[in-house]
Ligand binder design. Structure first.
Ligand SMILES: CC(C)(COP(=O)(O)OP(=O)(O)OC[C@H]1O[C@@H](n2cnc3c(N)ncnc32)[C@H](O)[C@@H]1OP(=O)(O)O)[C@@H](O)C(=O)NCCC(=O)NCCS
Length: 196
């Protein structure tokens, strides 16, 4: 079992989160996956979210940042005004460094994102992602997300829209990732008494 820590990102984490993004871009390119090709644009967005307090970083016991994600409002480039009225939180820039993938940490972080969504009173965890990336769509479909629709945009390549109920918890005991949540009381996620 590996222990990870999640906390809100601050200005001091900008470089580490941007490094994760560059790492993901290189991994995607090496895997021949067309996604996240506009590096400078991605970096600006990430810096903005950290400034707004909507980015979280995941670190190992020794404090090394190996993952991050942002939870924020829906993007009006893809979601209609009607859809944006639905009580939902939106997941962005979900990244785990490749040497920490495949352990179940991603599943735990998706459950945790649902938990954060519920904490602010919302019912759905949503995301928009690269519209032509079937592998990524499969990742989310396998984790309880439903594909709602795919929208095109004149210059942006995202637009595949997904959602899952915020209350869904899919990480099992089989995962080797143990997450300590420092955003609230610093206890293990899921909190005691809630089954995993
Ligand atoms: C998405 C992510 C956080 C999930 O981490 P995880 O839960 O540990 O899951 P894994 O990395 O083991 O990925 C599971 C499967 O999804 C695939 N996958 C992950 N990201 C993918 C992507 N961007 N495009 C295509 N396939 C992807 C993996 O190759 C793997 O496929 P396999 O089972 O055939 O080997 C991590 O894969 C990542 O950082 N990916 C790159 C950044 C990214 O695309 N983030 C999502 C943005 S919406």
């Amino acid at each position: 079992m590996t222990t990870y820590h999640v906390r809100a990102a601050g200005e001091e984490d900008v470089e580490a989160v941007l490094a994760l993004r560059r790492h993901a871009e290189e991994w995607l390119k090496a895997a021949g996956i067309e996604q996240w090709t506009k590096s400078a644009y991605g970096a600006r967005v990430i810096e903005g979210w950290i400034g707004a307090g909507s980015t979280f970083v995941v670190s190992t016991d020794d404090g090394e940042i190996i993952g991050s994600l942002s939870l924020d409002k829906g993007d009006p480039d893809f979601w209609t005004p009607e859809e944006l009225k639905v009580p939902a939180l939106y997941l962005y820039k979900f990244i785990i460094r490749s040497d920490h993938r495949g352990s179940g940490l991603g599943d735990v972080l998706l459950d945790w994102s649902g938990y954060r969504t519920e904490l602010v009173g919302d019912l759905w965890l949503r995301l928009d992602c690269w519209r032509d990336n079937a592998g990524l769509h499969k990742y989310y479909l396998d984790r309880g997300f439903q594909h709602l629709t795919t929208r095109t945009h004149p210059v942006r390549m995202s637009g595949a829209l997904f959602e899952r109920p915020a209350e869904l918890r899919l990480a099992t005991q089989a995962t080797t990732a143990n997450l300590i949540d420092h955003t609230l009381s610093g206890e293990t996620f899921p909190p005691l008494g809630v089954a995993r």
